[in-house]
Design a protein around this ligand. Structure first.
Ligand code: ATP
Length: 233
């Protein structure tokens, strides 16, 4: 579904992504794990067209994304839930969700809202509440719900567990598992390697802009080198 081949991304003279390649097949949950600054967010931003690669190629459903502007990437079925969530703080929960439906024509929006509220009952209880007054976990749910309103074929999540209390991290990963069971294809970027590898079919390990290891979630979880570097021994 998504094929990334030999991309290189720079910030001025900083070479942040150094020739990485990976792919995501339909129905898979694939995770990119790595320490702070390894290049995980940069990779997602390159896929979603917010940053451009100087080389290589990124194709989605067989079509090159090289010249597709980021707002059109969403219409092609690729939704990014960015790090830090970027929800509209001065709008209500429901208004935020409606903003996620901007690629839809109107009639299905009510149904989509119901689908999101079923997945996140907490948001339903708070549909009139200003998004800025939600807790961190609720804001993450809202950002994910908003992305789902665009009916993504591929959902990209950038550090969904960041800043959340353990109980909320658990809830977010449970939701990721439910989405996986329902057939959603997910590319998950995480520093929480343990949680990410536990829900992922496959994973790639990024170190300073390069992929250094890949394997199934289970293989990476049991690898001594990964345990030592990312799973606290
Ligand atoms: P984190 O989990 O901390 O977000 P990450 O793996 O997502 O880490 P990136 O944010 O992709 O890492 O950063 C990769 C590298 O690119 C880092 O060295 C970072 O300092 C650098 N970088 C990221 N954004 C910029 C920017 N806007 N300008 C210059 N350098 C940047």
């Amino acid at each position: 579904m998504l094929k990334v081949e030999d991309i290189n991304v720079y910030y001025g003279s900083i070479h942040a992504i150094k020739g990485i390649s990976f792919e995501v097949q339909e129905g898979e949950v694939v995770t990119l794990i790595g320490a702070n600054g390894a290049g995980k967010s940069t990779t997602l931003n390159a896929v979603s067209g917010l940053l451009r690669s100087k080389t290589g190629s990124i194709s989605f459903l067989g079509e090159s994304l090289a010249k597709v502007p980021s707002h059109k990437v969403v219409a092609k079925g690729l939704a990014l839930v960015p790090e830090g969530r970027r929800i509209f703080l001065q709008m209500t929960v429901q208004e935020n969700l409606e903003m996620g439906a901007f690629t839809q024509k109107g009639s299905g929006i009510q149904q989509d809202l119901e689908m999101v509220y079923e997945l996140f009952p907490r948001l339903k209880e708070r549909y009139k509440q200003m998004a800025g007054t939600l807790s961190g976990g609720e804001q993450q749910m809202l950002a994910m719900g908003r992305a789902l309103m665009s009916h993504p074929k591929l959902l990209m999540l950038d550090e969904p567990s960041m800043g959340l209390a353990p109980i909320l991290v658990e809830q977010i990963f449970e939701i990721i598992q439910n989405l996986h069971k329902a057939g959603t294809t997910i590319l998950l970027v995480e520093q929480n390697a343990q949680a990410a590898l536990s829900v992922a079919d496959r994973g790639y390990v990024l170190e300073t802009g390069k992929i250094v290891t890949t394997g199934t979630g289970a293989e990476l979880l049991s690898s001594p080198a990964i345990k030592k570097a990312y799973l606290g021994g």
